[in-house]
Design a protein around this ligand. Structure first.
Ligand code: HEC
Length: 110
């Protein structure tokens, strides 16, 4: 038995390192990405959408209030792992923050 490496985690399992990173997002994006405030719901978010947004925050292509700082603090591997993690989280709410509603659509309960 050697020192634990990231590869010790089987497909579909989240490493403790990624769990800690994901928990740091919870302050704004809710538990497991189920935001109840005004921020985007990350739970069940399409993986490529997630990665594209994070890369856009990093490079400044997408302007942001806080996310550029978070995105710049993460490696590409971490962003990929977080994209996997959040894509796998079940959505526990069925209302979206107004900013995430497509133009002309409403939440089901409105
Ligand atoms: C301090 C609050 C805060 C924290 C902590 C935070 N976010 Fe965000 N996040 C935001 C805000 C606000 C936005 C909207 C863009 C902006 O203004 O920065 C956003 C947007 C996003 C988006 C774009 C969603 C979309 O569909 O457009 C993603 C992806 C995202 N955050 C991921 C993360 C991840 C991953 C973490 C943890 C590493 C994290 N956020 C931590 C506040 C936060």
């Amino acid at each position: 038995m050697g020192v634990a490496s990231w590869s010790a985690f089987a497909e579909g399992e989240t490493s403790p390192h990624i769990q800690v990173l994901a928990a740091s997002c919870a302050a704004c994006h809710g538990t497991n990405g189920n935001s109840v405030g005004g921020t985007s719901v990350l739970a069940g978010l399409d993986k490529s959408h997630f990665i594209l947004q994070m890369m856009a925050f990093r490079t400044g292509t997408r302007s942001s209030t806080v996310m550029h700082r978070h995105a710049k603090g993460l490696t590409v591997d971490e962003i990929n792992a977080l994209a996997d993690y959040f894509a796998e989280q079940p959505r526990q709410i069925n209302t979206f923050p107004p900013s995430q509603l497509k133009e002309g659509t409403k939440n089901a309960d409105e």
